[in-house]
Design a protein around this ligand. Structure first.
Ligand code: SF4
Ligand code: SF4
Ligand code: SF4
Length: 385
């Protein structure tokens, strides 16, 4: 029995993945101050490994699937993108599945070849842009130290003409002076989604007060935005948790929020062809499930079971204020970083969720009258991506 067959057997019991993240390469034309990729080199995933990653995605029983390309800078690999996207769409058609292909890119390269690929494969692009010029250019520079903001903004405007989707990823550092100004600028570019991420290295319990204050500032901006624009900003993490609160408190539906994809919803495949449950482990080069060509399904099964059982029995959850809103899966990556053991609970990962949760509760309490109606009617229809 091959690894593929074993995997299918396990899927029937445990697997519910909807997405595979393929790290195409370790190469990039930029040198951002907070980059997690480390030393850049010419390493790229082999075509065989990339196709196997696509095969793994299509072993899911889910109807709607997502293939995400990450790097390095994925647009440095146009040939690979073309062949793998074509392969994935062919499989989607054969198996009658819906497929979205997404990219995270620095969007400094948008030549004709890349534009044609975006149009041909209907690619969804999430662009890394850290707000206004002085903020972005303070850390997102080329290898030669040149600023990139102008070219990225120009390319976003060109992208808007050829694609139906624009996501913007903003890495919010503690040193950022004016988060509201950055978010105002980002929304002026009319993205479909905004993803605000903190530099993962700064997410430590000792930074809790600053993290809370920063997220409160974003919540404040969120409220002001609704009041001023009579619309809800698509700030993904906030919208996801607001939706969970709305479903439970307004509709009486219990659909616990999951922000963790390591419990079987996502796979990550590295440029070396190794499989991980969570992309953060890839940066540590730890806790992989072996090469995709020899996928270690037994190890994966044990891991998925551990995550699930651990989630169900975790004592911290019983007394947690988020217990009725959370899938009770603490961040296994954070546990690992703090204790060396993915299943030794620390509140580091939960702290992140709890701060979001408190901010979202506060948003709901502050939005009244007509503005509350606008928020609730948005949440009623909102589908987390
Ligand atoms: S664009 Fe991404 S991969 Fe490239 S240096 Fe910046 S953070 Fe790293
Ligand atoms: S383990 Fe942590 S970092 Fe990884 S997907 Fe889950 S919540 Fe995110
Ligand atoms: S936030 Fe953490 S402690 Fe609270 S319910 Fe979720 S997993 Fe459990």
């Amino acid at each position: 029995m091959g690894a593929r067959k074993l995997f299918s057997d396990i899927y029937d019991v445990k697997m519910r993945h909807r997405r595979v993240d393929i790290f195409l390469n370790r190469n990039c034309n930029l040198n951002c101050s907070y980059c997690l990729v480390g030393e850049k080199n010419d390493r790229r995933i082999s075509l065989d490994d990339a196709k196997m990653a696509v095969d793994l995605l299509f072993e899911s029983k889910e109807k709607k699937l997502s293939l995400d390309f990450i790097g390095g800078e994925p647009f440095l690999e146009p040939e690979l993108i073309d062949v793998v996207s074509e392969y994935a769409y062919r499989k989607a058609k054969q198996l009658n599945k819906e497929l979205k292909i997404r990219f995270t890119s620095n969007l400094t390269i948008l030549n004709k070849r890349i534009q044609d690929l975006i149009k041909k494969h209907n690619l969804m692009v999430d662009v890394s842009l850290d707000g206004v010029k002085e903020n972005h250019d303070s850390r997102r520079r080329t290898k030669q130290g040149k600023p990139t903001w102008e070219v990225v903004v120009k390319n976003i405007k060109r992208l808007n003409k050829i694609s139906n989707h624009l996501g913007i990823k903003y890495v919010y550092l503690f040193s950022d002076r004016d988060v509201k100004k950055n978010l105002d600028f980002i929304t002026s570019l009319q993205p479909n989604d905004i993803i605000v991420m903190e530099d993962i290295n700064l997410i430590k319990r000792k930074n809790k007060v600053r993290l809370r204050n920063n997220r409160l500032k974003i919540a404040e901006w969120f409220i002001e935005y609704i009041k001023k624009n009579k619309a809800v900003p698509h700030l993904i993490e906030y919208c996801n948790i607001l939706k969970t609160i709305y479903d439970r408190e307004v509709l009486g539906k219990v659909v616990p929020h999951s922000c963790c994809s390591a419990a079987g919803q996502t796979f990550t495949v590295s440029p070396e062809g190794k499989v991980y449950g969570c992309g953060q482990f890839l940066y540590l080069d730890k806790n992989d499930f072996g090469k995709i060509s020899k996928f270690d399904s037994v190890k994966f099964k044990m891991y998925a079971q551990c995550v699930e059982e651990y989630s169900l029995t975790n004592n911290e959850c019983k007394k947690c204020r988020m217990r009725d809103y959370c899938i009770k899966c603490p961040c296994v990556y954070r546990n690992f970083v703090e204790t060396g053991n993915s299943f030794k609970h620390t509140m580091e990962g939960c702290m992140m969720k709890l701060i979001y949760f408190d901010c979202c509760k506060w948003i709901i309490s502050q939005v009244e009258g007509e503005d509350r109606k606008i928020l609730f009617s948005f949440l009623k229809k909102y589908l987390p991506p």
